[in-house]
Design a protein around this ligand. Structure first.
Ligand SMILES: [Zn+2]
Length: 409
């Protein structure tokens, strides 16, 4: 191994840069080796049995160096205990995406560019937390103790886990704790950490911060997607264009949609309630200003549709939305703390209390065209307008007809 490299691999700093360096190093040595500039691959760090440099083999060398350090009694790079081999294996087996695993790996090695870490390495930086601008930014503060991140943990019902991890004094301890969590919580925690790191970086770049409840919805939804990885997937049949489906007998289907213009924060909502014959029983649309985001408009649409159905004494309903986020917000508990949380909570209560049966369902956009057209109408009408039609609203006749038309073949 070249001396400069071995020094680097054994030094404290190695953890910061090794991921990048391995990749560069891989390209460099593969090139040198393949072009004949360099021989004797067995003497090169990270060269595998075939004589090819890979990140994996370099990683093994780095791990071996770390183990040598630990058996010599040196302190590990993180200042905590050296993580056991089975823990590393566990980390790579988490059912999340590769970039999250890599992020966790960097976290375990204290190699995230947290401001206190940068200062320790001699950089002159403002050490205040990027998000709250108050305390010093280290891992414990940013991920667990920052007043802005706390509600996100709370919204996901992970308060106990947050507190436990916040009291730990090494990143490795945190990772080991995460690896012992039940799968669902584990996926939520790692997704939260990852998305919060993204959020922090967005804010550092001057972007507007996302609301805690919105992040919580996103985290719940993403973690849910990871949960489903590896489960049997229902194979879609031969390709047919997706169509709106009539509800079963005696059930009303409420299709809801929102529209939102980010530049003006103005939007609209629309809903259409149809019976099992596909006939429009009721429809509504409205305009709203000062919206927070698209999800806000989607939730308003659901709320208006559900409220109307409840007023009319409909007992069994299906609420259909083409927004996965809205569906998650209405399915996940406890979003009552932030502003969109309020609407989600109210809507959820309405759904629970007003019907004998109320099913929430997601549909692709092409199955939600009537509600979409109504939301667009709502957006165009005067401020705070609230339109309601008993029966077919004007302008959507063709869309309704095409929803119930029998397929030609
Ligand atoms: Zn903070």
């Amino acid at each position: 191994m070249p001396t400069c490299m071995s020094r680097l691999l054994e030094s404290w700093e190695s953890n910061c840069y090794c991921a990048c360096i391995f990749v560069l190093y891989a390209h460099y040595f593969t090139f040198m080796y393949e072009t004949g500039y360099m021989h004797a691959p067995s003497t090169l760090v990270g060269v595998d049995k075939r004589g090819i440099f890979t990140v994996k083999s370099a990683y093994k060398v780095q791990r071996a160096a770390e183990q040598r350090r630990s058996t010599r009694g040196c302190q590990s790079s993180s200042g905590g205990s050296v993580m056991k081999e089975e823990h590393w294996k566990g980390l790579w087996k988490i059912k999340c995406s590769g970039k999250i695993k890599h992020f966790l790996w960097r976290m375990a090695h204290n190699s995230l560019a947290l401001r206190m870490g940068l200062q320790r390495r001699g950089m002159e930086v403002d050490t205040r937390c990027v998000v709250c601008q108050r305390m010093n930014e280290d891992g414990g503060h940013l991920f667990f103790k920052c007043k802005i991140v706390k509600p996100v943990w709370r919204d996901l019902l992970l308060e106990e886990e947050r507190r436990t991890m916040g009291e730990m004094n090494s990143a490795r301890g945190v990772i080991e704790y995460i690896l012992r969590l039940p799968e669902k919580k584990q996926l939520q925690v790692v997704t939260l950490l990852w998305l919060w790191w993204q959020e922090r970086n967005r804010r550092r770049e001057g972007e507007k911060g996302r609301e805690g409840a919105q992040l919580a919805v996103l985290i719940a939804h993403t973690a849910d997607k990871y949960m489903k990885i590896g489960r049997p997937v229902t194979v879609p049949g031969p390709k047919t264009k997706k169509k709106w489906q009539r509800p079963d007998q005696g059930i009303y289907k409420i299709n809801c949609d929102g529209s939102f213009h980010a530049d003006t924060a103005v939007g609209g909502w629309g809903y259409v309630i149809r019976n099992d014959a596909g006939e429009v029983v009721l429809a509504g649309a409205g305009h709203c200003s000062h919206l927070m985001d698209a999800l806000h408009a989607e939730l308003l649409a659901c709320q208006e549709g559900i409220k109307k159905a409840a007023e009319q004494g409909m007992w069994k309903v299906i609420v259909e939305t083409d927004s996965l986020l809205a569906k998650s917000a209405l399915e996940t508990n406890s979003f009552a703390l932030a502003s969109i949380g309020g609407i989600a909570y109210e809507t959820k209560s309405l759904m629970n209390m007003s019907f004998v049966s109320c099913v929430l369902s997601f549909c692709p956009r092409e199955c939600n065209q009537v509600a979409h057209a109504l939301a667009a109408q709502g957006c165009m009408c005067s401020q705070n307008a609230d339109l309601c039609w008993e029966g077919m609203p004007p302008g959507v006749e063709n869309l309704v007809a095409s929803d119930i038309a029998e397929p030609l073949s």
